[in-house]
Ligand binder design. Structure first.
Ligand code: THU
Length: 160
């Protein structure tokens, strides 16, 4: 038996004011998009903004459904839109912000496992890492240099 140790290095910023200006602008778009999320069942709104290599920004928010599993998270709404509209353009960064209509979300909210899997597909496709920044409604912002930092032992096409 050989142990396998997995480590990830993330960066934690005390507030949105500490991240670079372009990321603040991207997060602002995530926040505006978040507030327009369609989340009548969970009352938990998430927004995502993606900065593409062609300088376009695409956004997504969670879209819920009375048939709960038919809804989709903000990150996948955004990344699938990016993939559909700009199939040959590299994804540089994604900013994510979450807000509950029931309480103040002061801790960073990371993308769910299914969204990590969806995002890493594009990282593998473009063979370049995607930077992630995520936060709650206020408070700290976490940065990951790559989706793989949030999803070690990634399942990708090489596994098939
Ligand atoms: N949600 C997201 O949009 N992104 C995530 O990464 C986690 C969860 C949404 C799905 C659902 O509409 C609501 O948040 C509560 O889970």
């Amino acid at each position: 038996m050989k142990p396998l140790t997995i480590t990830s290095r993330l960066e934690v910023y005390d507030s949105i004011d500490e991240v670079p200006q372009d990321v603040q602008d991207l997060m602002q778009q995530a926040i505006e998009t978040r507030d327009a999320a369609y989340a009548p069942y969970s009352n938990f709104k998430v927004g995502a903004a993606i900065h593409l290599d062609n300088d376009e920004i695409v956004v997504g928010s969670n879209q819920e459904n009375a048939s709960y599993p038919s809804g989709l998270c903000a990150e996948r709404t955004a990344v699938y839109f990016a993939g559909a509209k700009y199939p040959d353009t590299r994804i540089l960064k994604i900013a994510i912000s979450a807000k509950s209509m029931r309480h103040k979300v002061v801790s960073p909210v990371p993308p769910c496992g299914a969204c990590r899997q969806a995002l890493v597909e594009y990282e593998v496709k473009q063979d370049e890492p995607i930077e992630l920044y995520f936060m709650g409604e206020t408070g700290k912002v976490v940065k990951a240099d790559s989706v793989k930092d949030l999803l070690p032992l990634v399942f990708d096409s090489t596994c098939l």
